[in-house]
Design a protein around this ligand. Structure first.
Ligand SMILES: [Ca+2]
Ligand SMILES: [Ca+2]
Ligand SMILES: [Ca+2]
Ligand SMILES: [Ca+2]
Length: 144
């Protein structure tokens, strides 16, 4: 099942024919926008050929790592389009690109916690650092 993602691809020009130029405007969750002109998006994944070259993805395959998410969806979701174990959450949870820059500092108030994992209501493993720059409430309970 594919869930709604709160991000969108905004093609400034959608030219379908191979060899045509297309400028594509891609916005990531943190608001950064990547505008790149280049040969048209022949595989329909939302990335033109220059963008695919820059990312190392296959311009002839909409899902280069075969994880079920297109290269364009992965770029705008800040996941790795070349790693099938890394993809957007089914629940549509926003993943921020800063997740790879986080260094845990400890467990005291004000420190950065380890990148622990929990299971969400879709039975998918979610990782804390994916939600950097967002407010996250974590409720713990223990039973004996
Ligand atoms: Ca493409
Ligand atoms: Ca592609
Ligand atoms: Ca993919
Ligand atoms: Ca992936």
């Amino acid at each position: 099942m594919r869930a709604y993602l709160p991000f969108s691809l905004t093609p400034l020009a959608s030219l379908g024919a191979i060899g045509c130029l297309a400028q594509v405007n891609l916005e990531r969750p943190d608001g950064t926008v990547w505008t790149e002109g280049g040969a048209a998006d022949a595989d329909g994944d939302g990335l033109n050929v220059d963008q695919e070259d820059a990312l190392g993805t296959d311009p002839g395959n909409p899902d280069s790592d075969a994880d079920g998410w297109t290269d364009g969806e992965e770029y705008t979701s800040a996941t790795n389009a070349l790693d099938d174990a890394d993809h957007p959450y089914e629940g549509g949870w926003k993943i921020d690109a800063c997740r790879n820059d986080i260094e845990p500092t400890g467990e005291a108030e004000g420190q950065v916690a380890d990148n622990f994992e929990l299971t969400d209501q879709f039975s998918e493993t979610v990782r804390l650092h994916d939600f950097c720059d967002q407010v996250v409430y974590v409720i713990f309970a223990a039973f004996w």
